[in-house]
Design a protein around this ligand. Structure first.
Ligand code: PRP
Ligand code: URA
Length: 209
């Protein structure tokens, strides 16, 4: 069964509250999304494999460690997932980035695919799917299925805010996918927005409303 981890770190919680605030403009919203993503990257990579290596300090030889597991793939769901990429890449610079374009049909709330460009060796990588918002779960579930159809096996989902409804959908559709979030909110409203949430993440990131 999928594990869900809510990051309670004080820095993440502090920044998340400013992110939610209606008075936070796009410049700060982007900056906070980037910072929260960097902090989340630190947490979601806790179980990466290490191997022992020999290194030489200016004084003597000693043992050290190097990452030794599979290479990583970051998959932002367009558009809002883009806001999480730079923060993650700042501490995972060797990760490759693939893009999946999905938008929610405003009437049915179902995801509609409009773009996909993935690294050629995506099936060999450990994957982090990035999207600030997990609402009905439709977009994330579709993106994960898309990646599984291309051979990806080890997939983690990283969201900033999730609704319980979305978490249940991922648990049901993808019990093998662990979910990492900064805030687990109360519910969805009748238009599929997360309450209390932060509004429309894509619009707030890019200033489109
Ligand atoms: C938002 C968000 C997720 C999706 C979540 O994207 O970034 O991708 O909604 O909703 P769901 O869990 O109900 O599928 P949106 O469709 O608004 O597109 P955008 O990122 O281009 O603004
Ligand atoms: N997408 C968003 O950007 N915000 C929500 O609250 C739900 C879906």
């Amino acid at each position: 069964m999928a594990n869900i981890t809510v990051f309670k770190h004080p820095l993440i919680q502090h920044k998340l509250s400013i992110l939610r605030d209606i008075n936070t403009g796009s410049k700060d919203f982007r900056e906070l999304t980037r910072e929260i993503s960097t902090l989340m990257a630190y947490e979601v990579t806790r179980d990466l494999q290490l191997e022992e290596i020999e290194i030489e300090t200016p004084l003597q030889r000693t043992k050290g460690y190097a990452l030794s597991g599979k290479k990583l793939g970051l998959i932002p769901i367009l558009r809002a997932g883009l806001g999480m990429v730079d923060g993650m890449l700042s501490i995972l610079p060797a990760a490759k980035v693939g893009h999946i374009g999905l938008y929610r049909d405003p009437n049915t709330l179902s995801p509609v695919e409009y773009y996909c460009k993935l690294p050629h060796d995506i099936a060999e990588r450990d994957i982090f799917v990035l999207d600030p918002m997990l609402a009905t779960g439709g977009s994330a579930s579709a993106a994960i299925q898309f990646l599984k159809n291309r051979g990806c096996k080890n997939i983690k989902l990283v969201n900033i805010i999730a609704a319980p409804e979305g978490v249940e959908v991922i648990k049901k559709d993808h019990p093998d996918v662990d979910i990492f979030i900064a805030g687990l909110d109360e519910k969805l409203n009748e238009k599929g927005y997360i309450l209390p949430g932060l509004g429309d993440a894509g619009d707030r990131l890019f200033g489109t409303k």
